[in-house]
Design a protein around this ligand. Structure first.
Ligand code: SF4
Ligand code: SF4
Ligand code: SF4
Ligand code: FES
Length: 947
């Protein structure tokens, strides 16, 4: 538990080796040079009143409430804008200062509604606090011209803007600029008429605002206030936890009234977010109490039967009985499990343990199969560890930022804000993306090079970049000589030097002009610290693993690994996708990425778990589907994952699930997969359990329970019940005990404990004897595998070819307001921003087909057909169309194919050859889906109402 309010030091902390000592109210204070007098005072426990200052923003100096006296100086300088000086003597409390401050606050209050008792932030308002601090007792001004009748802007679903309470302190404007980087707000008008305005004096919802909440957080009055606070009132306690959406892993304070969330406030001490947030983590938590939550276990014999609500005991006994029956009939390997990247490390660990120890096979896989499995493979091969190399903060030391196949502004928004801040400071930018995303150009930044490649040609681009670096003598020879395997380097150098890998030779393949590519290569290799950030636009390809290795090659060749400001940084999609991989969710790896065939490793687990383990890797998700269709795989336990919506070739997945005899789904909603299930085990949201998530920086952070599980159990407890019912005993009393077991069995986690995480706030693995406090930057002295290994990355064109019949390439991605399959965000007000998936198409291609903005467009691939409404935009290039996959009825994965990465089977979501044509009605698949969906919802309702 933490106090609700963090101390506000008024201005940001400064880092400096030079320390300055001064005297404040007779107390000697020593602070780093550059610190403001206000902050120095606050650090000494002396609080100078303030209104326009807050420590998340640079000082502005407008309110004049924070004046102080400084010996030898004339007048009354503002303490927030005055830096400390050695020997300075400051007085913060004198009768004269009290007088001036009271006068200033009186002016503010004279134009304020003074409805404090009924104000939503009564008791949590800085203006109220300051009025008390300065001893304001009366307002002498007569009621004159004022702003008290100004209308509220209620357009944003999550917060209101009540201009009658605005003191024009500019904090919101600065938060939108400095913290978020959106520049949506201005102060409109002058003097008395000045007011905060969104965009061109528009409603917030019509402006550029992306609803990150930074302005609401910064506002010292009730002018910008969360609607949840207006509805419920201010909180009475708070609990620090971690966002359950994306791989940034923002820390939040869940502000609570009893067990009801009042608001989620980004945690100032969160090492991944430093007090910032995005619309999802900040506001879109209402799904946790949505009426669609299923809180009773249910079973049914066949998927055409109505669901029957049963007790937990019955449901667990039924599932365990079915699994054992299937194994007896079809053999030990006929069942398996899928872990979730949305669940905690502890829960994921337990599911893989259940599969290996209780099912007795290695048929466990995870959704990382469909996103970042090539990262695991590619980085392990080259650098020796399956994870990103940096902290997010490292970007602030980068001189060149190269973003490949990622759109952090949509998928990793808080990190994108940090990256944009660095770009505004002057870092150079290279974007490799078939689309013109927000990362190519935005407020006060613009990519120096945008390599607008054809989808599916990443490897050709990386080889051409390497070609330039090698042939133009831009290699970091001393780094390579000292740190890398020279034989593999020699082979790679010879390979990339070949003329067929030159930008000129590759230009036709990639669509990137040779001079643009050469410029980007030169900048990356010689522009100072260069950092690569990449996403699913790299991994979700037939050559996903090859591309990851190509990225690592490039970083090693230019010496851009092993220190701040550089590195190879996979931007992990889901909150705990790093963790689910770390925890041994893959069929060939035990926790800590150790192969199941390693008898020494197996022996350790066997001793601890008291079973003998299978040395053969189990089935990957696509192989499970194949095995189901050929009759050898008959039962599956899926925790917190929606494979029907998220995996490619939906019809194939549905057929495979329908062929199963027992599909057990554990989730908070009746998701698309659950519609094919025989047992439904109600899941728990992140607010209902303890545990840990690991973000894209390898940072392990605590998830803390703020309310009891709606269905009675946290997810880890349900897995434990299932294990016990299967005859394999599990007796954990708390997730901390599971973490203790993980630490005991996993060398990179050896030093991790809840106690350490609580003490440090978070821990980045590896954390062990060599790195007791964790490892912010990896491969510092040497690579984890010893010498960095260069891999040959030959470009091979995907089998997914455009033809006359399928002349366009469809590529997929995400948008800011929705998350993954949308099960959570679709059940929040975020649908105001994105209520349906749309097909983006270039005006050229649209015109050729007679498609206009908003028309229904039929999309047909070799796998299937679907229909979406069209958005005509030049953000996509001619020949390329784009969509998101947040709504099940869109059927985006009905059209994606079975093609996958050669090494890991990660599906090639990013390249599907399609034809697009105008249509007037939904596709056959969509009509069938609607019918099936209606039936399934009906079957779930029947028993609920009868129960
Ligand atoms: S919510 Fe965020 S983006 Fe919108 S105005 Fe406020 S700070 Fe700017
Ligand atoms: S809306 Fe709030 S933060 Fe913005 S200027 Fe007004 S009082 Fe200050
Ligand atoms: S950036 Fe990611 S982790 Fe942070 S609040 Fe948004 S969704 Fe949550
Ligand atoms: S707090 Fe210093 S001038 Fe406003």
């Amino acid at each position: 538990m933490n106090a609700i309010d963090d101390k506000d030091f008024g201005t940001p902390a400064r880092e400096s080796a030079t320390l300055v000592t001064l005297e404040i109210d007779g107390v000697a204070v020593t602070v780093p040079a550059g610190t403001s007098v206000m902050r120095a005072s606050a650090e000494a426990g002396i609080n100078v009143p303030k209104l326009c200052a807050t420590d998340s923003l640079e000082a502005f100096g407008s309110c004049r409430v924070c004046l102080v006296e400084i010996e030898g100086r004339k007048g009354y300088p503002a303490s927030c804008t005055t830096p400390v000086e050695p020997g300075m003597k400051v007085r913060t409390q004198t009768p004269k200062l009290a007088d001036i401050r009271r006068g200033m606050v009186e002016l503010y209050i004279s134009d304020h509604p003074l409805d404090c008792l009924t104000c939503p932030t009564n008791g949590n308002c800085e203006l109220q606090d300051v009025a008390g601090l300065v001893g304001l007792r009366e307002v002498r001004y007569k009621k004159g011209e004022n702003h008290l009748e100004l209308k509220k802007d209620e357009s944003n679903p999550y917060f209101t803007y009540d201009p009658s309470k605005c003191i024009v302190c500019n904090r919101c404007v600065r938060a939108c600029e400095e913290t978020q980087g959106t520049f949506a707000l201005t102060i409109d008008g002058r003097g008395f008429d000045s007011r905060v305005a969104a965009g061109q004096n528009e409603a917030f919802m019509e402006s550029e605002c992306v609803s990150c909440g930074a302005c609401v957080q910064a506002c010292p009055t009730a002018t910008l206030t969360e609607k949840s606070v207006i509805r419920i009132g201010v909180a009475e306690h708070s609990v620090v936890t971690t966002c359950a959406y994306c791989g940034v892993g923002c820390g939040f304070k869940a502000e609570m009234k009893g067990s009801e969330v009042v608001r989620m406030v980004p945690w100032k001490d969160g090492s991944a977010n430093h007090g910032h947030s995005c619309v999802k983590g900040r506001f879109a938590w209402g799904y946790a109490t949505h009426k669609d939550r299923i809180t009773k276990p249910m079973i049914r014999k066949q998927i055409s039967d109505p669901w029957q609500e049963v007790s937990w005991d019955e449901a667990i006994a039924y599932a365990a009985g079915e699994f054992r029956r299937i194994q007896q009939k079809f053999g030990r390997d006929s069942i398996g499990g899928i872990t979730s990247s949305r669940c905690t490390n502890e829960e994921t660990y337990l599911v893989q343990k259940l599969v290996r120890a209780a099912f007795g096979n290695n048929n466990v896989d995870t959704c990382a199969r469909v996103c970042h499995s090539p990262t695991g493979y590619g980085l392990k091969q080259t650098l020796g560890e399956s994870a990103g190399t940096q902290t997010f903060d490292s970007v602030m030391q980068a001189d060149v930022i190269m973003i490949i196949g990622a759109n952090p502004a949509a998928a990793h928004p808080v990190f994108a804000s940090q990256m944009k801040r660095r770009l505004r400071q002057g870092a150079k930018l290279i974007v490799v993306d078939p689309r013109t995303t927000e990362m190519v150009q935005g407020a006060h930044y613009r990519a120096d090079y945008h390599l607008k490649l054809k989808p599916g040609t990443n490897v050709a681009v990386i080889d051409a970049l390497a070609h330039v670096i090698v042939t133009e003598g831009l290699l970091k020879e001393d780094f390579i000589a000292e740190r890398c395997d020279l034989k593999s380097f020699g082979d790679w150098k010879a390979f990339v030097s070949r003329p067929e890998n030159s930008p000129e030779a590759m230009a036709d393949v990639t669509g990137v002009p040779a001079d643009v590519l050469r410029g980007a290569a030169r900048l990356y290799a010689s522009g100072g610290n260069a950092a690569i950030y990449y996403g699913l636009g790299v991994t979700e390809h037939a050559q996903g693993s090859t591309m990851v290795m190509g990225i690592a090659n490039l970083a090693m060749a230019t010496g851009n690994v092993g220190r701040l400001g550089v590195g190879v940084n996979p931007l992990r999609g889901q909150n705990n996708v790093q963790g689910s991989c770390d925890m041994g969710s893959f069929p060939h790896e035990l926790p800590g990425y150790r192969h199941v065939s390693d008898s020494t490793v197996r022996a350790e687990f066997e001793a601890h778990w008291g079973v003998s383990l299978n040395a053969e890797p189990g089935l990957r998700i696509p192989n499970m589907f194949e095995a189901s269709l050929d009759g050898s795989f008959r039962g599956l336990y899926v925790q917190g994952e929606d494979i029907v919506q998220s995996d490619p070739n939906t019809q194939h997945v549905a057929d495979a699930l329908m062929a199963m005899e027992c599909l057990v789904v554990q989730d908070i909603f009746l998701n698309e997969t659950a519609k094919y299930a025989h047992v439904f085990l109600p899941g728990s949201s992140f607010l209902e359990k303890d545990g840990t998530f690991t973000n894209a920086e390898r940072r392990i952070s605590r998830v803390r329970k703020v309310m009891p599980p709606k269905a009675g159990y946290a997810d880890w407890e349900v897995t434990q019940l299932l294990a016990n019912a299967l005859g394999y005993p599990m007796n954990y009393g708390h997730p901390s005990e599971i973490m203790a077991e993980i630490a005991a069995l996993t060398p990179t986690f050896r030093g991790v404990s809840y106690e350490k995480i609580d003490r440090q706030g978070s821990v980045q693995w590896p954390c062990n004897e060599q790195a007791p406090d964790g490892t912010p930057i990896m491969h510092v002295e040497q690579f984890v595998r010893g010498k960095g290994r260069f891999m040959i990355t030959k470009y091979v064109a995907t089998d997914e070819k455009v033809t006359q019949r399928f002349p366009l390439i469809l590529t997929t991605g995400r948008i800011l307001s929705q998350y993954n399959v949308g099960a959570q965000t679709r059940r929040t007000e975020n649908v105001h921003w994105h209520g349906e998936d749309r097909l983006e198409i270039h005006p050229h291609d649209a015109e050729e087909r007679g498609i206009r903005e908003g028309d229904w467009a039929g999309i047909e691939s070799r796998s299937g057909q679907t229909v979406l409404r069209a958005t005509i935009t030049e953000n996509v290039q001619p020949g390329v169309v784009y969509t998101t996959f947040h709504f099940p009825e869109s059927g985006a994965n009905v059209i994606t194919t079975d093609n996958s990465d050669w090494a890991t089977n990660c599906p090639e979501y990013k390249v599907t050859a399609v034809q697009v044509m105008p249509v007037t009605q939904p596709s056959e698949w969509q009509k069938n889906y609607q019918r099936f969906n209606r039936q399934q919802l009906e079957l779930a309702r029947t028993e609920e109402s009868g129960a």
